[in-house]
Design a protein around this ligand. Structure first.
Ligand SMILES: [Zn+2]
Length: 96
């Protein structure tokens, strides 16, 4: 039986470095996840939902879900909001 080269003994000094590295990696991973969760929450609160009224039936809808059309084709500054494309079309028909 020949002597087996003690690989474990050779790695002994590096064991703590390896463990420290693993702990550091874990801490960085957790911190990054926490930061991501926080920024997601911040993004959610940054854009508040504004309620607008449908110009045809008067129902209230969220600004981002509303169908937006210029009140007057000549001036794009003022807009009319609708709860659906159907109401937008009907309102345009009634006004013409
Ligand atoms: Zn409507």
């Amino acid at each position: 039986m020949g002597t087996v080269f003690p690989v474990g003994a050779l790695l002994m000094p590096f064991r703590y470095v390896l463990i420290a590295g693993l702990i550091c990696a874990a801490i960085i991973f957790i911190k990054r996840r926490r930061y991501q969760m926080r920024s997601d929450r911040a993004a959610g609160t940054r854009a508040p939902i504004r309620m607008v009224r449908c110009a045809f039936c008067g129902v209230h809808i969220a600004n981002r879900e509303a169908v937006r059309l210029p009140a007057n084709p000549d001036q794009n500054r003022s807009e009319r909001y609708y709860c659906s494309l159907d109401h937008a079309k009907q309102d345009q028909l009634h006004r013409d």
